[in-house]
Each structure stands twice: as structure tokens, then as C-alpha cells.
Design a protein around this ligand. Structure first.
Ligand code: PMV
Length: 322
């Protein structure tokens, strides 16, 4: 079989990955922790064809060339090397959510590509091997391979820096209400962001404290302690954005509506609603709540000026062949 289709969810990081200790292999400076987002997905078909003169990439019906295609070919090269084949491939990918706006589209994309590409090449990779392959395309993609609540251990080398599930999707009924305040493509992508993270004097402190934050967040998830969970995810997100804002050049992803949502979420929590916020490399706010409150949280978010849309996702499963 020369063709395979795979589907993967994006994920939202609760303890963030920001900065590489090694750029080529995408080895992170700290471990990270996330949840897959159910209902949002990238579906990718890879077909190796002897007649193709070069790799082709089609995303949502549009042909992509340049940097986007180079990143895909880089993963296909790793697959070809492992499988001992030389054929070029056609890659067709569809997202059902907006890309480039802080909903980690690259995570779902490279997880689906790693899975479809390796399967189409006749490889039968283990979950850690798939996570490592996805990581080479985009660090956070390593976390979109396993199911549910996922930890990516920074590891000591290329071969042990992969993600694994710490709890299945049905362990804790959480929802992510993503408040879209901007759907434009961000100016500085995460690859450039990782490269300048070390220029912030705050990055050393953020990284040194990461193992403690991972333990707090993992325990909060395993014990289903929402108050501890909300406090640590907000703290971690604020720390990453403090590093971003104090990098050289500085990165300011927030819009005024982003900050307005922070204030509202904290007020709601103080009044007893189980909610907490976290933001990736974009302006949109992921408002995490207990699943039974998702309709209420969505309604409240839609009333905030500047909120253009709200996407709601539960806890997602593993990447899979479809
Ligand atoms: O995987 P990348 O290179 O797109 O980096 C992801 C960076 C953040 O989304 C900001 C944090 C994270 O851990 O997902």
C-alpha cells in the first residue's frame, strides 16, 4: 500500500514548551503537558507515487509551496530514509479549524503527517517512534500522537524525547472554550519564537521552575483538583508570555480583548465558576472549564466585546489511521 490517511487533534498546552536546547532535532528546554482537543482535527492523506517529480502539498484545497512544503518534505525525507524508498509523495490535508491563530494547527498537522506518511511507506512505528517523528516537524505535534492528557518528557537525547498519555480522555470531563479574538495569521511563528526565547532574562527562571510546575499540573489533573489546575495553568501561561514580551525582538501576542478575558475569567472563578485561562502563541484565549459548565462559559465569552467566535472542544483521543 502506497497511500494512507490519518487524523489528529490539535492540543492545548497547560505547561508550555517554549525554547529548544537543540533546534535541528527540536529538543525542548523543558517538559510540557497538554490535552488533545476533541472535534477539531487535521486529516491528511499521503500517497507515494513513482511518477511524481517532487513532493506536492495541498492544504484545504490550495497548493502550498516554499517553507510550508519544505517542512513537509523534511518529514517525508525522514520517512523515506527509514523505509528505504525514493518515491515522492502527494500530501492532501484538511483542517476543520482556523490555522495560524494560536490553536496549534501545526501540532495536528505534523502528527497526522507522521502517522499517514509512515503508514503509506509501509512502516509500522510504535507510539513513541511516531511521537518523535512528529516532534521533528513541530515540537507540540509530539503531544498530538497519544490520547487524552499527555506529557512530553524533554528527555536526554533525540531518542527519549517523546510524549505519552498520563490519563485517557474519559479521566476528567474538561472543555476548552476557545475565544477567538483574532483569526489573522500571527506575524511571528513559534519556530522563530523558540529561537529567541533565550534572549529573555526571564527564560532561565521559567525553565528552572518547569519541573515543579509539571508536577503540580500533573497532580491536579490526576486528582481532578480544578482550583489547583486553574492556578497552575494561568501561572504557566503568564510566565511564557512574560518571556515572549521580554525577548529580543519582543513578542506581544495579546490583544486588548485577550486581557479583558483574563480579568473576566478570574472574576468568574472567584465567584465559583470552575474556569481558568491559557494562551499559546497568538491572541486567542483557551478558557478551560469543567465540561458541565461549557454552555455557560461559551455564552459569557460571546458577550465580551472583541470576541468574534467561540470554539468548544472536549478531551480528544489519539491520532489514528482512518
Ligand atoms: O510546536 P511549536 O513549535 O508550534 O510550539 C508550540 C508553542 C506553544 O504552542 C506556544 C506552547 C506549546 O507547548 O504548545
Amino acid at each position: 500500500m502506497n497511500s494512507a490517511t490519518a487524523q489528529a487533534n490539535p492540543n492545548i498546552a497547560f505547561i508550555k514548551y517554549w525554547g529548544n536546547r537543540e533546534d535541528h532535532y527540536r529538543l525542548p528546554v523543558n517538559s510540557s503537558l497538554s490535552m488533545n482537543l476533541d472535534g477539531l482535527f487535521t486529516r491528511t492523506t499521503v500517497s507515494f507515487q513513482p511518477s511524481l517529480p517532487f513532493d506536492e502539498l495541498i492544504i484545504n484545497g490550495h497548493e502550498v509551496v516554499g517553507k510550508g512544503l519544505e517542512r513537509v518534505s523534511y518529514i517525508l525525507d525522514l520517512v523515506r530514509e527509514k523505509a528505504g524508498i525514493k518515491m515522492n509523495a502527494e500530501v492532501m490535508s484538511e483542517n476543520n479549524f482556523p490555522s495560524g491563530a494560536g490553536i496549534a494547527s501545526s501540532a495536528a498537522a505534523f502528527a497526522a503527517l507522521a502517522m499517514a506518511g509512515s503508514k503509506a511507506a509501509g512502516l509500522d512505528l510504535s507510539e513513541p517512534e511516531l511521537s518523535i517523528l512528529a516532534r521533528r516537524g513541530s515540537g507540540s505535534a509530539s503531544r498530538s500522537i497519544p490520547a487524552g492528557f499527555v506529557e512530553w518528557k524533554m528527555g536526554e537525547a533525540e531518542s527519549d524525547s517523546f510524549a505519552f498519555s498520563i490519563a485517557p480522555p474519559d479521566h476528567w470531563n474538561l472543555a476548552d472554550c476557545v475565544a477567538i479574538v483574532s483569526s489573522t495569521h500571527k506575524k511571528t511563528g513559534s519556530t522563530e519564537g523558540h529561537a529567541i526565547a533565550g534572549t529573555s532574562p526571564l527564560q532561565g527562571a521559567r525553565v528552572a521552575d518547569a519541573p515543579g510546575r509539571i508536577d503540580l499540573c500533573r497532580n491536579a489533573i490526576l486528582n481532578k483538583d480544578f482550583e489547583a489546575f486553574a492556578n497552575i495553568i494561568e501561572h504557566d501561561s503568564d510566565m511564557m508570555h512574560s518571556v515572549m514580551m521580554t525577548s529580543n525582538p519582543p513578542l506581544m501576542y495579546w490583544q486588548s480583548a485577550t486581557v479583558e478575558i483574563f480579568h473576566q475569567v478570574r472574576e468568574w472563578r472567584a465567584a465559583g465558576l470552575p474556569v481558568g485561562y491559557t494562551v499559546d502563541a497568538g491572541a486567542n484565549v483557551h478558557v478551560i472549564c469543567l465540561g458541565e459548565y461549557k454552555a455557560e462559559v461559551e455564552k459569557r465569552l460571546r458577550e465580551i466585546p472583541g470576541v468574534k467566535n467561540v470554539l468548544v472542544a472536549g478531551v480528544g483521543g489519539a491520532a489514528k489511521i482512518v
